[in-house]
Design a protein around this ligand. Structure first.
Ligand SMILES: [Zn+2]
Length: 427
């Protein structure tokens, strides 16, 4: 299949000044050419006049199946109180719940311009099924809580089942995902890092989400969270990405920089659960790689990366009292190439360049909310919403066409998610 996108404004995210009016050609799932005018025979030609063409978003931290618990028990005082409501529900979830909720997550992500997600959840084989049916790119973290025995069991059973579900589909990778230092033993982290090393996988975990987590870690181990994980050799064994990272000291940031660890910023979740504001402008100044994530829909309460982009920018301005502390370009980078970098996918996706996989979106800016455009980066960060996203491609495959999903049946998905949720409440 050869596709030509004509007359768009190409925003390649290779450099702030690289924006150009040009055509973009897709062949065999990859970007085959970007230049002022491309002629030739194509199976499909899309006129992108008045549209932006940019890399699709990378959601570097989510729990897709938590779509089920959207808007549930939202009135809790803090992360710990909220988790105490969520955990009993999670203990009741079955394969069918996870399958339909993951599909809902995929539909929501595609509609909001995202084609790559890094997940961390249970029954990941069901999320693998949903991901391959959607045509998206999924990094599926095998979620682990508990001690070393629990970790070994998860890798022997859950990881194997998930690998089987993903077999033959090139766009799924399985990562090790110990949940957090307050739910996992030190053994669990070591086993997870060793598994990641042996399986060409990365390690995904929550870290320094709340002040309480830092205080507890200091009291129990005598170390701050990053030093604690570093003392276990985690960062030397496995390439790691950390969700949240709200409370890092300068010394912790030095270690993360030195060990090439990425931080995934989750502004909505951190704001909603009153955890705090991660000082990402400061992290960026220290040249750390910062990605962006939505976290689960039950602490957000949606999976819309455009919302995260906007909020990341606004929270950075309000916390530094400097609107320029994080530029619009920087925030979009976090949601594209820097997210790809965090997940070890930057040689394949995250920018629009010849030879890279055609993971991209077309945003129609001929809309009441984005007229006039003036600055394209500002238009994306501050004015756009999902109505602007008309086409979404993953590895050259069109997942959204003129605002309609091509691989998923939304009505069927919503009906089944409602049925499963009503059933869960009765269990
Ligand atoms: Zn999370």
């Amino acid at each position: 299949m050869k596709t030509l996108i004509k007359n768009g404004l190409i925003i390649p995210m290779t450099g702030k000044d690289d924006i150009a009016a040009a055509d973009l050609a897709i062949e065999d799932g990859k970007i085959s050419e970007i230049k002022e005018s491309i002629e030739g025979r194509f199976d499909r030609i899309i006129d992108a006049s008045g549209c932006f063409v940019l890399p699709s978003f990378v959601n570097a931290h989510t729990h897709l199946a938590m779509e089920l618990m959207r808007n549930f028990k939202d009135d809790k005082e803090n992360l710990q109180d909220w988790l105490s409501e969520i955990w009993p529900i999670e203990a009741k979830l079955n394969d069918k719940d996870i399958y339909w909720a993951s599909k809902l997550g995929c539909a929501e992500l595609i509609r909001t311009g995202c084609t790559t997600f890094a997940d961390m959840y249970y029954h990941a084989w069901e999320t693998a099924k949903a991901c391959r049916e959607s045509g998206m790119r999924g990094i599926l973290g095998i979620a682990i809580v508990g001690d070393g025995n629990a970790a070994r069991r998860s890798f022997e059973t859950d990881a194997v089942r998930t690998e089987e579900a993903a077999e033959g589909y090139g766009n799924i990778r399985i990562d090790a995902a110990p949940h957090a230092i307050y739910t996992c033993s030190s053994d669990t982290y070591v086993i997870a890092a060793e598994w990641a090393l042996e399986n060409n996988a990365l390690l995904n975990t929550h870290l320094s989400e709340t002040q309480k987590e830092v205080d507890d870690c200091l009291r129990e181990t005598g170390k701050r969270p990053v030093m604690y994980l570093d003392s276990l050799g985690i960062f030397d064994k496995a390439k790691t990405y950390l969700a949240h990272g709200v409370f890092f000291s300068d010394e912790e940031l030095e270690i993360l920089k030195d060990k090439d660890v990425s931080i995934v910023h989750n502004p909505s979740s951190n704001a909603k659960l009153a955890s705090g504001i991660a000082p990402v402008a400061e992290y960026k100044k220290k040249e750390l790689n910062i990605a962006l994530g939505t976290d689960g829909a039950s602490s957000n309460n949606n999976l819309n990366m455009l919302n995260e982009i906007r909020l990341a920018s606004m929270l950075s301005s309000v916390s530094t009292r400097k609107p320029s502390a994080l530029s619009c370009y920087d925030v979009i980078k976090m949601a594209t190439i820097d997210g790809a970098k965090a997940l070890g996918l930057d040689s394949r996706i995250g920018t629009l360049e010849k030879g890279k996989e055609a993971d991209l979106i077309i945003m129609n800016m001929n809309n009441v909310n984005t007229c006039p455009v003036n600055d394209p980066y500002s238009a994306i960060v501050f004015s756009s919403d999902s109505r602007n996203i008309e086409y979404v491609f993953s590895s050259g495959r069109m997942l959204l066409e003129k605002g309609s999903l091509t691989t998923l049946d939304e009505e069927e998905i919503m009906r089944n998610v409602s049925l499963q949720w009503n059933d869960i409440l009765k269990r």
